[in-house]
Design a binder for this molecule. Sequence first.
Ligand code: AHG
Length: 341
Amino acid sequence: MEHTTCTLNRFVIEQQRNFPEARGKFTELLEHIAFASKIVNRETSKAGLVDILGLTGHVNVQGEEVQKLDQFAQSTFFKALDHTGLCACIASEEEPDILPIPDHFPCGDYVVTFDPLDGSTNIDANVSIGTIFGIHRRVSTGDRGETRDALQPGRNLVAAGYVIYGSSTILVYTCGGSAGVHGFTLDPSVGEFFLSHNFIRTPVSGSIYSTNEGNYQSWNAPTREFVDRLKTKDNPRGKSYSTRYIGSLVADFHRNLLYGGVFLYPSDTKDPSKPTGKLRLLSECAPLAFVCEAAGGKASTGYKRILDVEPTELHQRVPLIIGSPAEVEFYEQICAKHSKG
Ligand code: AHG
């Protein structure tokens, strides 16, 4: 398919033909997500020019200062979806509870979990930031969506993806499995996403690792051993790795997905039975794990496949190691070795 003429809409419609039972609802949902990302892109690209930088003075459920652009992104995505009749509810990283569909709008079968603007502490420094989204089918059967619709393991996702607002704006999504992972670059001159990365496959092994080594002292022993060995020849590569860390998950993940390598935000306790870490399962880790696995990569807590972690609360955090299989498996082997004592 000619990349320069294949829009996101055309691509999804043609993909839809592979699913005879499809009613076009998913195609419509992705279009609304893409539309919202164009609006967010417009604001992020001129954030320095209008009074949208800086903090709102509000604090989100994570206890983090909410940037104005965070709030703008969240309301933009919610308003793009709330009236469509496609969603039963929406779960945002910025909100303590699910965002129900207003009573005056119909409910649909989909549930969207998302981080409206990940990496937002980087906004004022003009560093690439992103939106992460996961799409589930609802499990509740009542009139309106319920929290349990969002509390599903990543293996139940029907689709997931992200938008990176960087030197160009790229939307990457997958329906999982053999459907492949595909990237679309926004041409701002026509306001359309065009197919630019068809069937993305992540390299089996990479030469990059991404982590905040400032946290080294709070890492457990397996994590320290893993990173120490990446700096030697005693690793899958047989020579030392390069470190690249932007501090914006979507940007670090996207680079590693294309080039190969591994990102980790490990547990910050010394007790692996209490997996914590900074990143949220539902709005960050599970959607990116779904994309990564569909591209041939792996995503783990070090002890468990991310997509198999059963959520118990909306803002549950998990340790994350994600990227090329060789490096993720190397980390898991080290974790297992330490667990044997
Ligand atoms: P925030 O959205 O508050 O900027 O957090 C970003 C996340 C994620 O994007 C990134 O990988 C990680 O936090 C960076 O955390 P550290 O600054 O602790 O390394």
